[in-house]
Design a protein around this ligand. Sequence first.
Ligand SMILES: Nc1ncnc2c1ncn2[C@@H]1O[C@H](COP(=O)(O)OP(=O)(O)OP(=O)(O)O)[C@@H](O)[C@H]1O
Ligand SMILES: [Mg+2]
Length: 260
Amino acid sequence: MHATGSMLPGSLCKMKRWNKPHLPPLIQPHDRTQLLKIAPNFVFLSKLVAGGNLRLGEYVGKLICVIGNKGGTGKTSITHMLCHGFGLLGMRSIAVLTDTSREPLFRGDRGYTPLDGRTPDQLEKILAKMETMPEWIAVIDGGANRPEMDKQLYEIANLALLPFRDSHEDIRTVRHDLESFPAAYGVPSQWPKNPWQQMAAEHTLDELMQDYRPRLLEPVYTVSSSKLLLETKVPHDLPTVLNNVCRGLAKQALSKLESE
Ligand SMILES: Nc1ncnc2c1ncn2[C@@H]1O[C@H](COP(=O)(O)OP(=O)(O)OP(=O)(O)O)[C@@H](O)[C@H]1O
Ligand SMILES: [Mg+2]
């Protein structure tokens, strides 16, 4: 097992799920001042508010974990893509590194803040701080082969995501993880863009994942520029294709958080 794989800080183990802050009352579409105070991207949020019974309070102080036992499925990429997407939607987020085999990244020009949570101490500090910053979303990047750590992150998170690629090996593992974490969602990751490969991938899902279809998010397609987000210095202007994929992923996560 991983060096820090076994433990979240003791106090966190006792938490069942994220300690939810007090929810503000339902915000009406016309209440722009309050909306603007909470999130600068008024257009996106006001559309959501106008379209349904969105309580902005349900978006605050949220914890998402990106976990799964298999290596290389896209946990780190999905973590950063989600945070980048939240940034594009005008929301504040942190990407928390817990994998000791990776080096921490820095904010620079990013629209979100990467933080180093590789030791239980660092992680506890970050999560405690999150409780004082209710408008922020934390996305925790898990590490492969850490079933105990995954269990603990799942327990405290509002939303657990399990990326998997279009391979029998990934699918076998994610089926097992979906059984172990009954409230988690699978995220088809690095999904093919080529129509023929896509058809084959869909066929594989029909064959091996039919029962889990309702628990799958829309695929996150292969975007070669996603690796830019994992570089130390991120370019100021990122390709539109990457921005669109990140925005789409962030919206999906928000809708799952809303229905939590
Ligand atoms: N949507 C994507 N499009 C293109 N490449 C991707 C995408 N997602 C991930 N990758 C690439 O796949 C590789 C593995 O991704 P990543 O490091 O995010 O996986 P991981 O699950 O965090 O791995 P580990 O288990 O080692 O932590 C990386 O080279 C990454 O750039
Ligand atoms: Mg990783």
